[in-house]
Design a protein around this ligand. Structure first.
Ligand code: GDP
Ligand code: GDP
Length: 434
């Protein structure tokens, strides 16, 4: 279960500078593989062996005073609802401002760990200046310089310490589905069509450390958990007009799921928000099923379905091996197909391929079409294996792994997808030294 840390604060205190620092650390160490990063305000970081998500809630706030009240309210509301810990950033250059006090007031009722972070403490003198932030009444603070990075190590130590312990998920062999999508895509209608008026509930398992709620259902002969989503829980009082807020509302549901069922509104196409949620799921290595909903409203000609599908595949390239199903939550068309496919994707994501089988199939392919030589040196792959990770990852051991570039990895991935069934599942290919 992933933990989420949100950064709040008024504009220009340095939130995105810190965010970028946290995320780059991770991109360099953990995420050399993926290639696609399309979210500016969400990312993963790793510290002391603990991985967590970071949200820069200020991504879309424009620095003008009159819109500030509304925007800061949304920011803080998002952080309070979705995060496990909150970084509240202030700026030593400007000292305590009325806006800082407003944020403090919003945060007062919050039970989650809050880290007051005084930024731009680039010098020893500013270290002393920082003491004026005691007046906010939030107690101890951390001083950092986001630009140089000083102080951020201590801050991260404290944050990681305060995050909820990683729950040992009981190895229940039941898929966890998150139904995600933009507002009005039809999430509640789909869930309703799927499970009716809660008649198929098997148990309620209240989240232990937080307010998440997983509900176990049996429908069409399949057991599955539906992860709490915006569609099920009470509609937030905060409007979700801004794409950013709407997308960030699905972070927790996505992180807690095995397979994301992404609903899109056929009458609107596959737009920015749909894409952002798609990549969020991909980045978290979750299974994905795309449901094109409201298909009853679309006037169909011979190639309408094909064209719609091709359009989505263009937008999601290179990850195109994803099921796309045309449904109507209203008429219940293909609801069974949707859930059956989600279960298949879950199985695909769980599969383990034995080392001998993998070498039998993949080594031949790699030998017949080896990575391009680099400065006259040939890359020789010795053997390959699947890692014991929760989502499919494969290592190819080679003499010169540093010469293997992304296009070749994609070639290997595509070959694997031809041979094995990884439909709907992001897979990761590593080349390592042997
Ligand atoms: P945001 O609006 O809160 O996301 O703030 P930004 O990250 O965009 O930073 C606002 C300005 O403060 C930029 O000009 C940054 O270069 C500057 N800044 C951020 N962190 C520091 C720091 O640690 N020290 C100094 N001196 N400037 C900083
Ligand atoms: P949510 O915000 O994603 O939970 O979306 P809702 O389930 O509340 O649906 C938004 C609107 O779209 C409602 O007016 C639904 O009746 C309508 N709607 C949902 N699914 C369909 C569908 O398959 N066909 C049609 N025609 N309308 C739908």
């Amino acid at each position: 279960m992933g933990s989420i840390v949100a950064i709040v604060g008024r504009p220009n205190v340095g939130k995105s500078t810190l965010f970028n620092r946290l995320i780059q650390r991770r991109e360099a160490i953990v995420d050399a593989v993926s290639g696609v990063t399309r979210d500016r305000n969400y990312g993963k970081t790793e510290w002391n062996g603990r991985t967590f998500s970071v949200i820069d809630t200020g991504g879309y706030v424009v620095g003008s005073d009159d819109i500030f009240e509304v925007e800061i309210d949304k920011q803080v509301e998002l952080a309070i609802d979705e995060a496990d810990a909150i970084i509240f950033m202030v700026d030593v250059e400007s000292g305590v401002t009325g806006m800082d006090e407003a944020v403090t007031n919003l945060l007062r009722r919050v039970k989650k760990p809050i880290f007051l972070v005084v930024n731009k403490v680039d010098t020893a003198i500013r270290q002393n200046d920082a003491s004026e932030f005691y007046s906010l009444g939030l107690g101890e603070y951390h001083t950092i310089s986001s630009i140089s990075g000083s102080g951020t190590g201590e801050l991260l130590d404290a944050i990681v310490e305060a995050l909820p312990a990683i729950e040992e998920k009981e190895e229940e062999e039941i898929p966890r589905f998150a139904v995600v999508g933009r507002p009005n895509a039809g999430k509640s209608s789909f869930i309703n069509a799927l499970i009716g008026e809660d008649r198929y509930i098997v148990t309620d398992i209240a989240g232990t450390t937080r307010d998440s709620l997983d509900t176990k259902y049996n429908r069409f002969g399949f057991d599955f958990n539906l992860v709490d989503t915006a569609g099920i829980r009470k509609k937030s009082k905060v409007s979700e007009d801004l794409e950013f807020y709407s997308v960030m509302r699905s972070v927790r549901a996505i992180e807690n799921s095995d397979v994301c069922i992404l609903l899109i509104d056929a009458t609107r196409g596959f737009e920015g928000q749909d894409q952002s949620i798609f990549w969020l799921a991909e980045k978290n290595k979750k299974g994905i099923v795309v449901l094109v909903n409201k298909w009853d409203l679309v006037e169909k000609e011979t190639n309408t379905t094909k064209e719609f599908e091709a359009m989505i595949r263009r937008e999601t390239a290179p990850f195109t091996d994803v099921p796309i199903i045309f449904i109507s939550a209203l008429t219940k068309q293909r609801i069974f197909k949707a859930i059956e496919t989600a279960v298949e994707v879950y199985e695909n994501r769980k599969q383990k391929i034995s080392t001998s089988k993998l070498n039998d199939t993949m080594l031949d392919i790699v030998k017949q079409n080896p990575p391009p030589a680099h400065k006259g040196k040939y890359v020789k792959v010795k053997y390959c294996m699947q890692l014991p990770s929760p989502t499919p990852q494969f290592v190819f051991y080679a003499n010169l792994p540093q010469y293997v570039k992304d296009p070749y990895k994609r070639y290997v991935e595509n070959k694997m997808r031809e041979i094995y069934n990884f439909t709907g599942v992001p897979i990761v290919i590593h080349f390592r030294k042997k």
